[in-house]
Design a binder for this molecule. Structure first.
Ligand SMILES: Cc1ncc(COP(=O)(O)O)c(C=O)c1O
Length: 371
């Protein structure tokens, strides 16, 4: 019996993929973003399930994430979105991972590593249009384009930028970013480089900015069943993929005046029945959920009392009838008519569902169900 586990519903993943496709024109490809352990869902299993649904391109953040997918047998294209150190380049090429280049200083090392590779080695160039993070400025791009190694042994397979405000209330910032991107795209084309893959759109842009789709889109959060649009945008029909469950490991009743958890911050104002649950901040159940969060037991909400511990939380079950040790508790998911999804948990602690999902710790086993 697993005390604490996450269930990943692959049918919901397939559903979300099919909804994303509805926004795309024929010929526009999808690069599934499976970084951060597929937002906590398990990168290998998620990528394999998406590959079975016909997805042939994946994106990760780091070299190690890419290598892990290769070692699991994924033969599809894998783009490493994050910046790389020169020392990482030979490993990158050895595993046939596609780098996103946003600093020209890495190109000679890439070219050297690529010479041991039979065909021109694909790279993507990232341009900066407003994220203020990684990417070539227009001047840097211009000075780069004459470099012959971009034609051999490297091949510029793609050009991208990162939209900073696609889920913001105002579309102006994104429109300006897309305008700047189109200008730089034109510069590249005038230099005679043909670019098979042009990509800018994350989940929010897929829905809100059709002009951002170009030839490839990069959905992450929508695959996993969430979005962060303002309420004015019609919500896409998505299904959350991950549920998080635990079981009651211990029950006790404390008298009026009794305290719970570190620093005794919870003081019972009545005889209180407490359920102890074997999940804590080391599993990604944030300490900020102390006093803010609730869980589902018997289809009803039970509030967290006392501070969230590293490995345990305590909830007040005084008002629930006949709760048993071993009973299933839902922290994310639904029980009966009630549900608590990752976006509600995020709201409780002033964050976004991304952080709640990515934070689910490595010691929480992931179980996969296909229906
Ligand atoms: C470069 C890049 N593209 C796409 C995504 C996917 O974004 P989202 O999860 O909002 O769809 C991310 C995620 O942060 C990213 O870093």
């Amino acid at each position: 019996m697993l005390p604490t586990y996450a269930t990943v519903n692959l049918a919901a993943l397939a559903h979300n993929l099919s909804r994303i496709k509805r926004y795309l024109s024929p010929g526009c490809e999808i690069m599934a973003v499976v970084k951060a352990n597929a937002y906590g869902h398990g990168a290998v299993e998620t990528a394999q399930a998406l590959a079975q649904q016909g997805i042939g391109r994946f994106a990760v953040a780091s070299l190690d994430e890419g290598i892990a997918l290769r070692q699991a047998g994924l033969s599809a294209s894998i783009v490493v979105l994050g910046a790389l150190f020169e020392e990482q380049v030979f490993d990158l090429v050895a595993h046939q991972l596609t780098p996103v280049v946003s600093d020209g200083r890495i190109l000679p090392t890439l070219a050297k590593a690529a010479r041991s590779h039979p065909a021109p080695y694909p790279i993507h160039l990232k341009v900066e249009t407003g994220m203020g993070r990684l990417g070539f400025s227009p001047e840097e791009l211009l000075s780069l384009l004459d470099n012959p190694i971009l034609r051999s042994p490297l091949q510029v397979e793609g050009m991208m930028t990162h939209l900073a405000d696609a889920d913001g209330a105002d579309s102006g910032f994104t429109e300006r970013q897309l305008g700047a991107f189109r200008t730089m795209l034109e510069q590249i084309r005038q230099c005679g480089l043909t670019l098979p893959l042009i990509h800018t759109a994350n989940s929010a842009a897929i829905v809100r900015f059709p002009e951002s789709h170009f030839s490839l889109v990069r959905p992450g959060i929508m695959l996993y069943g969430y979005h962060t649009f303002p309420a004015t945008i019609p919500a896409p029909d998505l299904k959350p993929v991950l549920s998080l469950q635990t079981r009651i490991v211990h029950l006790r009743t404390i008298p009026r005046g009794g305290t719970v958890s570190y620093n005794g911050t919870f003081v019972a104002t009545r005889p209180t029945r407490i359920a102890v649950l074997p999940i804590g901040y080391a599993d990604g159940y944030s300490r900020r959920l102390s006093y803010r969060g609730s869980v589902l037991i018997q289809g009803r909400r039970a509030p967290i009392i006392g501070l969230v511990c590293m490995d345990m939380i305590m909830v007040d079950v005084t008002d629930l009838a006949s709760v048993q040790v071993g009973e299933i508790v839902t922290l994310i998911g639904h029980q009966g008519q009630e549900s608590i999804w990752a976006d509600e948990v995020a709201d409780w602690i002033g964050t976004i569902p991304y952080e709640v999902l990515c934070g689910i710790g490595s010691r929480v086993p992931r179980l996969y169900e296909s229906a």
